[in-house]
Design a protein around this ligand. Structure first.
Ligand SMILES: [Zn+2]
Length: 278
């Protein structure tokens, strides 16, 4: 069965997110470990962890991912970079306890600094995190949409190569790909995309997809998400992605604004399900 899920709120506790995804018909999940606009130093109690694991032993939501804090910037060698490391190390320790597979991370930006100077900082920081997190968790790089680190496939490939650790994986977001000039309206175009990944030696590193439509035009450099079918990407891309023989093994997670504006919803999932030919 295809793995199709959504980002859901943890309001009321982690277990509530399991109930929410189950209620809207998803079977995989993304959550924040705490508020994404602060540093993630959640401290779930043993009871909360147990409750979550017990509930999921019947709901069987899998895989589950964390999405890291929006404050994270790993190309920084002062306070922000330090807090980014501490926050991710703390989050991935919780991930291991909750059987969350890993954190999906926006690496940050070079701001106005020279990228050649800050790039080694980025690589060093990622390596340090990987050294300090449980071995059963993944560090998942999300492709960026908005002129931040990880916009192009070449850049992601270089980072992965330089970090050189099997626990580094990739999350591709369809909206961010679209805003950077990557699209696939038919299986030929998706084949070409996979061929490119293969050439860059990152085709085996895809862990999960974020499936979002885009409010902004193709190659715009902006990354505002839209509901499936309401944005500029076009329904064919989603149909192609969900039905290609090479994507069967991947989880797909929506981060759409929702048709009622309350976040990723059943209607977006139902539209995607309707595109899947059995
Ligand atoms: Zn995303």
């Amino acid at each position: 069965m295809i793995k199709l899920g959504a980002h859901q709120s943890i309001s009321g506790g982690y277990s509530e997110a399991l109930k929410r995804i189950n209620n809207i018909g998803g079977n995989c999940l993304q959550i924040f470990s705490s508020s994404p606009r602060g540093w993630n130093f959640a401290k779930p109690t043993d009871d909360e962890i147990k409750q979550f694991l017990t509930l999921n032993s019947s709901l069987l939501i899998s895989p589950i991912y964390f999405h890291a804090s929006y404050l994270v910037n790993l190309a920084d060698d002062s306070r922000i970079g330090h807090m980014s490391k501490l926050s991710l190390i703390s989050e991935l320790n919780i991930a291991s306890k909750l059987k969350v597979k890993g954190s999906i991370i926006h690496l940050g930006s070079y701001k106005n600094e020279v990228s050649s100077i800050k790039y080694p900082v980025l690589i060093k920081n990622i390596k340090e995190i990987l050294d300090k997190i449980p071995k059963d968790t993944f560090f998942i790089i999300e492709n960026a949409g908005n002129r931040k680190i990880g916009q192009t496939l070449e850049e992601i490939s270089q980072i992965v190569k330089d970090v050189d650790n099997p626990r580094v994986k990739i999350c591709f977001d369809t909206c961010h790909l679209f805003s950077n000039g990557y699209r696939f309206n038919d299986s030929g175009e998706l084949d070409a995309f996979f061929a490119k990944l293969s050439k860059l030696k990152i085709n085996d590193l895809i862990e999960v997809w974020h499936v979002n439509d885009s409010r902004d035009e193709f190659d715009s450099g902006h990354d505002r998400h839209d509901n499936i079918g309401e944005g500029k990407i076009g329904i064919n891309e989603f149909k192609t992605l969900l039905n290609h023989p090479k994507t069967k093994k991947y989880p797909f997670i929506i981060e759409t604004p929702g048709f009622d504006g309350n976040g990723p919803d059943k209607k977006n999932l139902d539209i995607l399900k309707s595109l899947i030919s059995s």
